[in-house]
Design a protein around this ligand. Structure first.
Ligand SMILES: Cc1cc2nc3c(=O)[nH]c(=O)nc-3n(C[C@H](O)[C@H](O)[C@H](O)COP(=O)(O)OP(=O)(O)OC[C@H]3O[C@@H](n4cnc5c(N)ncnc54)[C@H](O)[C@@H]3O)c2cc1C
Length: 496
């Protein structure tokens, strides 16, 4: 059974609610038949925050911070399973890096039968919206960001998730081992949200860190995070000419699929040699590109956007940190310059790019890794190589260890995979918190494998189911054993 917040959205709803405006919670005006409605706090209370009194906006069962692949999945599945759910997102679209960060496609997990029901549903919805996600050759899911954000909106609306856009999680109010409220910055100012369970889908473990959960960041051997990327899209590309040049003339066989599903790639200094290395190396010789700009270039066609490619570059030098606010901001500025140089170089020298232009910049820097919690189970590289199985597994994956600049591991044998345990999403430090996505409890190296979008979605899905279960059973997520939820209600059941 679905519960949701009853916010006014239609004129009819407005009139209904206006009738109960004696509670003083709704102010509205009607112009040309359309209702313009301001919904004041749904909860009449206030809390003390420092020397301020701030209103409580929602009293929810589940509050999710961050609407990326993991957070959106968590919110939708919590609501679908009967929890009154609010989702806090600092952008104005769900999808996180997959939408705001221009990161596509969903990589193949390489694990057999890894798609959990929610992941299957998202793929089916892409198809219903005219985006065929499968290229018939690889297992990756080619999506389209504008369609994906629409799908997330639809799913939230259908399940009753109250999405708060342009709203940033700022702080937590903790009592003992329980988060009582989170403080959010909305377009109208600061509010508090009360909830029984909180889910951290910020990718940066922001909520968990604010609540005092132990964490780590970067690689213990170097102190660096994985490099940030500033992704963008280029339009006006003659993809047929590009395909002819790369796949036919150069005989580059890196991309197995054919147009409209086509990818070009070049990464210098790796074991794998790419045929585009020469063209990029010439840019260094001519002074048009720096070594850093030429070092990594990759582009994918986007289904539903003919002539547009998603650029998986530039990769910003690792000295620009994903966890230092000043360095991060300077990295964005540096990355934007790199982007212009790469785009300009491709326009001048890459067949097919002659009339191309930058059509979109990501509105979120591509942080592959930033902060990770230290939870009740800490996943390590051995879990990957040993193909660990867990009674409380929430999903399986086998994406290779893709720690840019540090380590690219051998792939697991075909059919091999490891599982992600529920315990890596929870911490006894804060009992009513579940952490999802790329910031779960895992080492730098293991995270480099589990961070891909489909895996993050499956993790979020399980968290949403667990959160709703806990609300219903009046227990804390940290006290739940995932395997105690009946198998029919779980999104993933380990077969050991
Ligand atoms: C350059 C790059 C290339 C990649 N390539 C691929 C690929 O090809 N295929 C693939 O499957 N994966 C790829 N990945 C990995 C994958 O995209 C991410 O690991 C995945 O998106 C993580 O999902 P998430 O939900 O944990 O976090 P994110 O996608 O980071 O989402 C976090 C969300 O939380 C929001 N948020 C953060 N802080 C707050 C706050 N305080 N208040 C409110 N909202 C907040 C953000 O706006 C965002 O919407 C790539 C990653 C990068 C960086």
């Amino acid at each position: 059974m679905q519960k949701s917040f009853n916010l006014p959205i239609s004129r009819r709803d407005f009139m209904k609610i206006a009738g109960i405006a004696a509670t003083g919670v709704i102010a509205g005006s009607i112009a040309g038949g359309n209702a313009t409605i301001e919904a004041a706090p749904l909860h009449s209370g206030k809390i003390k925050y420092g020397d301020k009194e701030i209103p409580i906006l929602f009293d929810a069962d589940v509050c999710v911070a961050g609407g990326g692949p993991a957070g959106a999945a968590a919110a939708i599945n919590a609501a679908k399973n009967g929890a009154k759910t609010v989702l806090i997102e600092r952008g104005i679209a769900l999808g996180g890096l997959a939408v705001l960060g221009c990161v596509y496609p969903f990589m193949d997990t390489h694990a057999p039968n890894s798609d959990t029901p929610y992941v299957t549903e998202v793929k089916e919805r892409l198809r219903k919206h005219g985006i065929e996600p499968f290229d018939g050759v690889t297992e990756q899911t080619w999506h389209n960001p504008e369609t994906l954000s629409l799908i997330y909106d639809e799913m939230c609306e259908e399940t009753g998730v109250e999405v708060m856009y342009q709203t940033c999680l700022v702080d937590t109010i903790v009592s003992g081992s329980k988060i009582e409220y989170v403080i959010i910055q909305t377009i109208a100012g600061l509010y508090a949200v009360k909830a029984k369970t909180f889910i951290d889908g910020t990718g940066d473990a922001y909520l968990a860190r604010a609540a005092g959960v132990p964490y780590e960041k970067g690689y213990e051997k170097t102190g660096y995070n994985q490099p940030l990327s500033f992704r963008f899209e280029m339009g006006g590309i003659d993809t047929k000419r590009l395909y002819q040049y790369v796949a036919v003339d150069l005989k580059e066989d890196w991309c197995k699929s054919k147009l409209p599903y086509f990818e070009i790639a070049e990464a210098m200094g790796r074991k794998q040699r790419y045929k585009l290395e020469d063209i990029m190396a010439k840019g260094i010789e001519s002074g048009e590109l720096t070594k850093e700009e030429a070092a990594y270039m990759q582009a994918y066609t986007i289904i539903g956007k003919d002539g547009v490619m998603s650029m998986n570059c530039p990769e910003i030098p690792v000295q620009y940190s994903a966890t230092d606010p000043i360095s991060y901001s300077r990295g964005a500025r540096f990355g934007r310059k790199m982007m212009r140089h790469i785009a300009g170089y491709l326009i001048r020298h890459m067949p097919g790019f002659e009339k191309a232009f930058i059509s979109r910049e990501a509105v979120m820097l591509g942080a592959r890794e930033s902060w990770r919690i230290k939870g009740n189970y800490y996943m390590v590289e051995d879990d990957y190589h040993n193909q660990s199985r867990f009674k409380d597994a929430v999903c399986r994956t086998a994406w290779f260890i893709d720690a840019h600049g540090e380590k690219i591991s051998e792939k697991l044998p075909k059919g091999g995979f490891y599982e992600v345990p529920y315990r890596s999403l929870i911490t006894d430090k804060i009992k009513n918190l579940v952490v999802v996505g790329r910031c779960i409890s895992a080492s730098f190296i293991l995270q480099a494998s589990m961070r891909i979008q489909a895996t993050c979605m499956s993790i979020g899905e399980a968290a949403g189911i667990a959160a709703a279960w806990c609300v219903d059973k009046k227990i804390f997520p940290a006290d739940l054993k995932w395997e105690d939820i009946p198998a029919t209600k779980r999104s993933y059941v380990s077969n050991g």
